[in-house]
Structures are given as structure tokens and as C-alpha cells.
Write a protein that binds this ligand. Structure first.
Ligand code: ZN
Ligand code: ZN
Length: 352
């Protein structure tokens, strides 16, 4: 966590705030290391306060360093308000309107709440070496579960069976799923966020398999589309278009590129092949403590990639009632390129 308070303090100063109140628990964890379910941070010049209640005093002692822990025994908002003054940034994208109103009532005269959401999220985009190590480990563990699922086989099993068994394998290996695994076969593959159901995986179908593992709080994310036996000309053609788009966008990943530029590379190739309407989501997203975070690789995204960011590259084509294909790699952005954490083959793999 070293140095994160200093970075936030600089961001607070740049926005001409006196203090920043952080209430989003993922952001609190990022800043302090605290993994409990009630905590807040107040950051500013010479102010590094971590606030929690008595249930977590012990945990805070074990997890939180560099921040002064304050235990608030009653009146949580009153305890926070008593430690605020001047222009106070708060996470307006996280705190409920009701809570903000209640907090305002308790503030001393002259103290002002200023909407300042997203500041910690910006810091979280670039990972330090410790975070990158955790992410690489999570990715490795996820892929181990994936290989296990491939070996176990898909044919004749329900989507749900494959998804649940893989999630159980992730837990057995010491992690947890970073999100509920998506296993979508045949026409279900056309739903980008399909929930695995009772549909049994049959010969001649494409199966979209999207999953990730979480280790020490850090997530991985990846997708492969597998062929169960011979999937026919259309399936192969669509797969090839997605693969070419994925490879082109992937090869372009490097520090300095914008999210929109990268998205456009894949989108144009898919459009030229006549499937523009069928690529209905963004090219990719950042991954870290949350499976979806900044930067955004999307149209209208002016996010500029920086070394140490971790992003997905995941174009897809979804033909309603027919089939779906998505291929998603998980990469670290480097100064002069990228490092791909995904090692599973992207050739159309025939499995059973
Ligand atoms: Zn993703
Ligand atoms: Zn994914």
C-alpha cells in the first residue's frame, strides 16, 4: 500500500480540496489493505485516517499500516463528520444520496462536500509490481482450472455443470471465481452475458466459456470459444473474423494508445466482414481488485493506456438465435507493447 496515500493526497490538492473522504470499500482496501466490510478513509495534508467500528479493530491492527486507525463506537456518520473540515471531496458515484444528506447535516459550519468520485479508481488503473504479481498468479490459477475443465470434457454436460465444476476447481486450487463463469452453448452463445443453464452441450455447437479467478483480492478474466466437433462453415467463418480482429487489436496494445483507437481496430475489421451490428459491446476493460475497472477500451473512450495497466481484449460476434463467438485475452500494458497473461490456444479447438 506504500505511497498510495501520497498519490491520493496529490490528487486531492490538484482538485483544490482540503480532504478526501473515501467510502467505497474496494478503494478503502486499495489504500489501506483493510478487507473488512465497514471502513472509510480520510486523506489530506498530514491526514491519513482509517475509520472502522469495534468489530474490526483487531483486523485493522493486522492489516492496516501507514494509516492511523480510529474506532468509531457509535454514530458512524457523526464520527466521520467530526474529522472533516474545509472543502471535502466525497465519492458521489458511490455514496447514496440519503447518506450524503445525513452526513451534510452533521458537518461543522463552513465544511463543504464536493463531488469527487473516481479519484482512487484513477490511481488503481496502474498496478505496482506486487499487484501485477497477484494478477499473474490469479490468471495462472484460472487457466489451470480451465485446462482441467477442457480435459474433463463438455459434450453431454449442461452449461451449468461445466460452470459450477470449474468454479469448484478454482476454489479447490485456493482461489475463488472473480465472477460467475459463463458457459453458453449454441444459440445461447449469442447472449454476451448468458447465465449458464440446463442446456446440454451437443456436437456441432460453439461454446463460449468466459471465466476468471480471484487471488489475494486480484482478479483475472478470459474467454475462449470452443468447437464441439465440426461446427460448420458459418461457425468457422465467424470464429475466424473474431480471431483476426482480436489479433489485430492485441498487437496494437501499447502505452500511449487510446481506448477508442484500439476498439476501432477490431470494430473496423468486424464491420468489413459484414458483422458490425453483431459486435455489441466494448473491446475491453481494465481488471484489478474488480473484474471491471478502468481503463475502458471502447468507442468514445479517451483513456490513454499506461505501462502497468491490465486490460482485456475481447471482441465478439453474436448472431441471435444462432451462435456466438468471443475471444478474450488478459494482458499487461508495457512501455513498448504488452505481456499476454493468457496462454490457452486461440486456434479453433475441437473438444468433446
Ligand atoms: Zn472481460
Ligand atoms: Zn471475461
Amino acid at each position: 500500500m506504500r505511497g498510495r496515500g501520497e498519490k491520493l493526497e496529490a490528487a486531492v490538492a490538484a482538485r483544490e480540496l482540503d480532504r478526501m473522504l473515501v467510502t467505497d470499500l474496494t478503494n478503502v482496501r486499495y489504500l489501506t489493505g483493510f478487507t473488512g466490510t465497514n471502513g472509510a478513509v480520510i486523506c489530506g495534508p498530514e491526514t491519513r485516517l482509517f475509520l472502522t467500528d469495534f468489530r474490526y479493530t483487531e483486523r485493522a491492527e493486522a492489516e492496516v499500516a501507514e494509516w492511523e486507525t480510529v474506532t468509531i463506537s457509535a454514530d458512524w456518520l457523526g464520527g466521520i463528520a467530526a474529522r472533516l473540515g474545509g472543502r471535502v471531496g466525497f465519492e458521489d458515484d458511490q455514496m447514496s444520496v440519503r447518506m450524503a444528506e445525513k452526513l451534510k447535516e452533521k458537518l461543522a459550519e463552513g465544511t463543504e462536500l464536493v463531488a469527487a468520485g473516481g479519484e482512487v479508481e484513477k490511481l488503481r488503473r496502474v498496478k505496482d509490481s506486487e499487484e501485477l504479481r497477484a494478477i499473474a498468479e490469479a490468471s495462472k490459477l484460472g487457466e489451470e482450472a480451465w485446462r482441467w475443465a477442457l480435459e474433463r470434457g463438455f459434450l453431454g454436460r449442461s452449461e451449468r455443470d461445466v460452470a459450477l465444476a470449474t468454479e469448484a476447481k478454482i476454489r479447490e486450487l485456493g482461489g475463488e471465481p472473480s465472477f460467475p463463469a459463463i458457459v453458453a452453448t449454441g444459440p445461447n452463445g449469442a447472449l454476451p452475458h448468458a447465465e449458464p443453464g440446463e442446456r446440454v452441450i451437443a456436437t456441432g455447437e460453439l461454446v463460449v466459456f468466459d471465466m476468471g479467478a480471484k487471488l489475494d483480492g486480484y482478479c483475472s478474466d478470459g474467454t475462449r470459444t470452443f468447437a464441439i466437433g465440426e461446427v460448420g462453415e458459418k461457425g468457422r467463418e465467424v470464429y475466424d473474423v473474431v480471431l483476426q480482429a482480436q489479433l489485430a487489436a492485441l498487437e496494437a496494445i501499447t502505452a500511449g494508445r487510446t481506448g477508442e483507437e484500439l476498439d476501432t481496430i477490431a470494430r473496423e475489421l468486424i464491420g468489413e466482414a459484414g458483422y458490425g451490428e453483431a459486435f455489441g459491446h466494448a473491446l475491453g476493460h481494465g481488471v484489478g481488485l474488480e473484474v471491471h475497472e478502468g481503463p475502458r477500451l471502447a468507442q468514445k473512450s479517451d483513456d490513454v493506456l499506461a505501462p502497468g495497466e491490465v486490460v482485456t481484449v475481447e471482441p465478439g460476434i453474436y448472431l441471435a438465435g444462432e451462435l456466438g463467438v468471443r475471444i478474450e485475452d488478459f494482458v499487461i500494458v508495457r512501455e513498448d507493447g504488452f505481456e499476454n497473461l493468457s496462454t490457452l490456444s486461440k486456434d479453433l479447438t475441437l473438444v468433446d
